[in-house]
Design a protein around this ligand. Structure first.
Ligand code: SF4
Length: 362
């Protein structure tokens, strides 16, 4: 059961509203080298195509800030510059057109530098994310709490927030990422009680595709169902595209993003003589693209089944179904077999039927 969303302050990042009841946005981070504009743009374009709202790029040196400028000029989505320690890089990234900054003001060497970054961000209406990770807490906070506990993460985040508030800057979002589910939950729940700034959810160092997806979805899903969280990133030791796919599906699963293609498929078994997994994945990909281009189109339920023995029965609830034979599929529309098609033609046949499917009420 989805609880009402926690009231947070609204900020805007490159035209994308965050917090204050805005739709929860999906973020990812590029993994290409920060000096390779073309590779960065390819990853950004793919992420955007899959439903990503905001992309973050690391800016580790002056050359990367130059590249950031070129990439920003051609990016289809707003870009956040991820800066560590060097306030001059933050200024360079803002100059290069960054829509958001991720920087922890307590780590950049004093109030003069914080003031300079805030002045540049304020002038451009750029929000700043304070991103605290369990692995990089201040020594005194670690000593006080004995470990990177939820309380320690929150104390560190609020200390950074205070530095921006001292400059009367409030265009802030916050993350407190731990690498395990219980601490992530505890930290965000505590933070949500203590601040009204929008929260960026994530599990840090979540891991490779399967464990990372599970950890992220358990932690972020629980928080989102509690009404906590304004933007999410699923961190995976994998491509930005995979991070976005999981992030979008996570929001759909908790009812915070419109449903996508309604494709079900059988788990396959010893009877299967066709490539069910390949066809189901291709159908899903094509229909996702079709619905992005035609958001108002009807979304009939499509079932991809492995065999004609159990397939038709199992696909009864579907509007369009295919059931595999030997190198061919029987095609069903509303439960009635209409023809048998070669395996190679199944994708186009399904997509064509979906494109002609009448909208509800017609
Ligand atoms: S539909 Fe056929 S191939 Fe698929 S799991 Fe059921 S029995 Fe096996």
């Amino acid at each position: 059961m989805l609880r009402p969303r926690t009231e947070t302050r609204r900020i805007t990042l490159g035209g994308v509203p965050i917090g204050g009841g805005a739709p929860v946005s999906v973020q990812t981070m590029t993994k290409a080298q920060p000096h390779d504009a073309e590779a960065l743009l390819r990853q950004i374009a793919e992420a955007a195509e899959l439903g990503c709202d905001i992309v973050r790029l690391t800016v580790p040196d002056a050359q990367a800030a130059e590249v950031f400028k070129q990439v920003r000029a051609r990016s289809p989505v707003p870009l956040v510059a991820d800066i560590h320690f060097d306030y001059r890089l933050a200024l360079a990234a803002l100059e290069a057109g960054a829509d958001g900054l991720r920087i922890n003001p307590g780590n950049i060497g004093g109030s003069e530098r914080v003031r300079a970054v805030v002045a540049a961000a304020r002038g451009r209406n750029v929000p700043i994310r304070i991103g605290v990770n369990g692995g990089s807490l201040e020594k005194d906070i670690l000593a006080k709490h004995g470990a990177a506990t939820a309380e320690a993460l929150v104390e560190s985040a609020l200390r950074h927030v205070a530095l921006l508030e001292a400059e009367d800057y409030h265009e802030i979002k916050i993350s407190v990422k731990a690498s395990d589910v219980p601490r992530t939950l505890a930290a965000y729940r505590l933070l949500s009680e203590m601040t009204a700034y929008p929260l960026h959810l994530g599990v840090t160092e979540a891991g490779t595709f399967i464990p990372g997806t599970v950890r992220s979805c358990v932690a972020l899903g629980a928080l989102l169902l509690d009404g906590i969280g304004d933007t999410v990133r699923v961190s995976l030791t994998d491509t930005p595209a995979k991070e976005v796919r999981v992030g979008v599906e996570l929001l759909r699963a908790v009812g915070l993003r419109a449903p996508g293609a309604a494709v079900t498929s059988c788990p396959t078994c010893g009877r299967t003589r066709v490539d069910v997994a390949g066809l189901a994945a291709r159908v899903e990909e094509r229909l996702e693209r079709y619905y992005r281009e035609h958001p108002g189109a009807a979304r009939p339920h499509v079932a991809v089944m492995g065999c004609v023995v159990n397939g038709p029965g199992e696909a009864k609830g579907a509007d369009i179904a295919v059931a595999g034979g030997c190198g061919a599929f029987a095609l069903y529309v509303r439960g009635v077999q209409v023809k048998v098609i070669p395996e190679a033609d199944a994708l186009e046949a399904i997509v064509a039927l979906v494109a002609q499917w009448p909208a509800a009420g017609r």
